[in-house]
Design a protein around this ligand. Structure first.
Ligand SMILES: [Zn+2]
Ligand SMILES: [Zn+2]
Length: 259
């Protein structure tokens, strides 16, 4: 598959992920929130341009190079292709967990990541609310992980598709039936779990860092259960309304309180 095919498949997958997440949000809403979609879509558009120029399909390109050059753990260990793909998706999710945790623990990274948390509503569009600085800073981490792992190129595509569905669904204003919520949360990060991560309470803010699997939080002591019906006040401490696009872009350097 060429880089341009990869880009097309990823774009179609993203649209499907949006359709799945928005449908769930409509079918089984939690609080019927309006969402900060203007600001969030503005940030998404900026990121699409910036990341499109800087990276494009760079993770896929790097994986192809590593495979051809015989670089990375999985190119040295003779495992079936399917096992290598599954292992890559799992490991890339652990790396994402570690990166997300670092974004909360290191002050200079938090300055960018707090843009994501500054949404006082919690809807599907929150899933694309990221400062371009955060996404650019994550690139060396993601690319290094692909090279060290020797991730097969198709695993990069699978990971990005699964990651997109997980990210959009778990930001949804969605209420899952209590039993389903409990069962899914055994393995996956659900909307209720991630809603708790977006809490204004600092003790809850530093829990549930996972994106696809809940295992990493369970193993690291950062897992905090949450029921679908529980209301969570989301946003940043000391900030009463979600900043608009311009304010969000300069949030890494300016933190308006009481707005
Ligand atoms: Zn976070
Ligand atoms: Zn989030």
């Amino acid at each position: 598959m060429s880089e341009s095919d990869f880009t097309v498949v990823r774009a179609v997958g993203f649209l499907l992920a949006v359709a799945i997440a928005v449908s769930l949000q409509r079918l089984t809403p939690h609080a019927r929130l309006q969402g900060s979609w203007r600001t969030n879509l503005g940030l998404w558009a900026i990121n699409a341009v910036v990341l499109g120029v800087v990276c494009g399909a760079c993770a896929y390109t790097v994986a192809r190079w590593a495979g051809a050059a015989g670089v990375g753990v999985l190119t040295l260990v003779p495992v079936p292709r399917a096992v290598a793909i599954i292992a890559s998706v799992v490991v890339l999710d652990v790396v994402s967990y570690g990166w997300h945790r670092a974004n909360h623990q290191l002050r200079w990274l938090w300055r960018f990541h707090r843009v994501h948390h500054s949404d006082t509503t919690f809807t599907v569009s929150t899933g694309v609310r990221f400062h371009p600085g955060e996404l650019l800073l994550s690139l060396p981490v993601r690319l290094s992980a692909v090279v060290v792992l020797g991730a097969p190129p198709e695993s990069v595509l699978f990971f990005e598709l699964i990651f997109a569905v997980a990210t959009l669904v778990e930001h949804g204003d969605i209420n899952l039936p209590a039993r389903l919520e409990r069962r899914l949360a055994q393995v996956l990060i659900t909307p209720a779990l991630h809603r708790r991560h977006h809490s204004k309470q600092v003790t809850e803010l530093n829990t549930n860092f996972g994106t696809i699997f809940s295992l990493w939080d369970r193993c690291s002591g950062t897992f905090k259960t949450n029921a679908s019906v529980t209301d969570v006040q989301t946003g940043l401490p000391g900030m009463n309304s979600a900043p608009g696009l311009f304010q969000a872009m300069r949030l890494p350097v300016r933190y308006p309180t009481g707005t």
